[in-house]
Design a protein around this ligand. Structure first.
Ligand SMILES: Cc1cc2nc3c(=O)[nH]c(=O)nc-3n(C[C@H](O)[C@H](O)[C@H](O)COP(=O)(O)OP(=O)(O)OC[C@H]3O[C@@H](n4cnc5c(N)ncnc54)[C@H](O)[C@@H]3O)c2cc1C
Length: 382
């Protein structure tokens, strides 16, 4: 059995980010094995995220915006983002960037294998795969089965952000690449929060994504039908070709993903609770968490660092999730007021859980109180 200092189980966003952050620390000489069942040679997703400062991934950002568009029945506006930028990275560019950066460290090995089981041991942990068993002092895993999480979540609120996106190309220039659409509610809500997210690549190409925050997924043809209707009736595009697509499901839950699976197995990524419950945004939270884990290892401290939000943000997330579950028709108005009554920087700080109490109160008091009071009452009544 081959032994490593660290095994990274799952080489997706969190696994590769952890490896990369480790390679930037005094632990860059650790023996690390990154195991993934997928070779990560496809563009299986696109990450969008806002930020103020430069990121380690600036070189591979495909699209960057300083304005966003918001459309609803109540409020439609192009909004400058102040000192924030919204950047978009293609999954394949991220995977290639990580592979080539880590190639400088021969002590970081990649293994294309399916992990069957992770086992905690008295002095470390083992990964049992279809290509052998490997051991390490610590295993960091981002692998989880949604059905296990749903079962463990019990009475916690559990919604899904589920979406289908098409990258389309048109003959005529129709997109304005100077801005992207964060929310377009001009689609029937039908008992769930539904909106479109549009990332223009240039005047003739864009990612058009139909997104729902709800308990249950739709039958596949319903995503396609809604996208076709939006492209024809809202974007008023008559002819286009589909050149790529993506489908995703992100957990939106008040369930506390456990930080560990045993003494030496640490959970990261969505499996470790890095998906923001009320928005699904995960990519930058993964960076924050995996950087802390790498720094702890480098400092000889425990890498068990729960990715848990401060109590008041967990409360806000719970209140909003409860509205999305029980009062979804209110979502369009609430999000409209949120964007109408606040500078985007204030909202992004609120969503990043770092604006301070005064910032939080400004956002909260800008919203109609009744749905929140009702939701709080429902949560208190259990
Ligand atoms: C299509 C899509 C688009 C998204 N867009 C955004 C966005 O714009 N902004 C944002 O902030 N978040 C976004 N997210 C949410 C989140 O950022 C991503 O899901 C992110 O990839 C989560 O990182 P992760 O490491 O937890 O999981 P993953 O990146 O999914 O990594 C888990 C890895 O484990 C591997 N694996 C699974 N089971 C096994 C096994 N048994 N053996 C070996 N390997 C295994 C998988 O192949 C995968 O590579 C998106 C998610 C999806 C699905």
């Amino acid at each position: 059995m081959k032994n490593y200092d660290y095994i990274i189980a799952g080489g997706g966003a969190a696994g590769l980010s952890l490896a990369w952050h480790l390679s930037q620390t005094a632990k860059a000489n650790a023996r690390v094995l990154i195991i993934d069942k997928d070779k990560k040679q496809n563009n299986d997703r696109t990450w969008g995220f806002w930020h103020r400062q430069a990121t380690p991934f600036d070189k591979i950002v495909s699209y960057r915006f300083d304005k966003l568009d918001f459309f609803s029945r109540f409020y439609s506006q192009r909004i400058p983002m102040g000192s924030h930028r919204y950047s978009v990275i293609r999954g394949i560019d991220f995977y290639n960037f990580m592979r080539s950066s880590l190639a400088a460290f021969p002590n970081f090995e990649f293994l294309n294998a399916t992990i069957e089981k992770l086992e905690d041991q008295p002095d470390g942990a083992t990964a049992i795969t279809d290509k052998g068993t490997f051991s390490a002092s610590w295993i960091f895993t981002s692998i989880f089965k949604e059905k296990d999480v749903v079962a463990a979540a019990g009475k916690a609120l559990y919604l899904r952000q589920h979406f289908k996106g098409l990258v389309i190309e048109t003959d005529e220039p129709v997109f304005d690449a100077g801005s992207f659409t964060m929310f377009d509610f001009r689609t029937p809500q039908q008992g769930a929060m539904r909106f479109f997210y549009v990332i223009p690549h240039n005047a003739r190409q864009a990612l058009v994504e139909y997104t729902l925050f709800s308990e249950h997924l739709l039958p596949k043809p319903e995503y396609d039908a809604a996208i076709a209707t939006y492209i024809a009736e809202v974007l008023k595009i008559k002819s286009y070709r589909i050149i790529d697509d993506e489908f995703g499901v992100i957990p939106m839950t008040t369930y506390h993903f456990p930080a560990t699976q045993g003494e030496h197995i640490v959970q990261t990524g969505s499996a470790g609770g890095s998906s923001k419950p009320s928005s699904g945004y995960t990519f930058m939270r993964i960076q924050v968490h995996t950087k802390k884990v790498a720094a702890a290892l480098a400092a000889g401290k425990s890498p068990v660092i729960p990715a848990v939000s401060p109590l008041r943000y967990r409360y806000y997330d719970a209140v909003l999730l409860n509205i999305l579950k029980n009062d979804p028709e209110k979502a369009e108005l609430l999000f409209s007021k949120m964007y109408q009554n606040n500078p985007v920087g204030r909202l992004f700080d609120f969503l990043d859980e770092k604006g301070g109490l005064t910032n939080d109160l400004k956002v909260i008091t800008s919203l109609p109180p009744w749905p929140f009071l009702k939701s709080t009452g429902q949560l208190l009544m259990g």
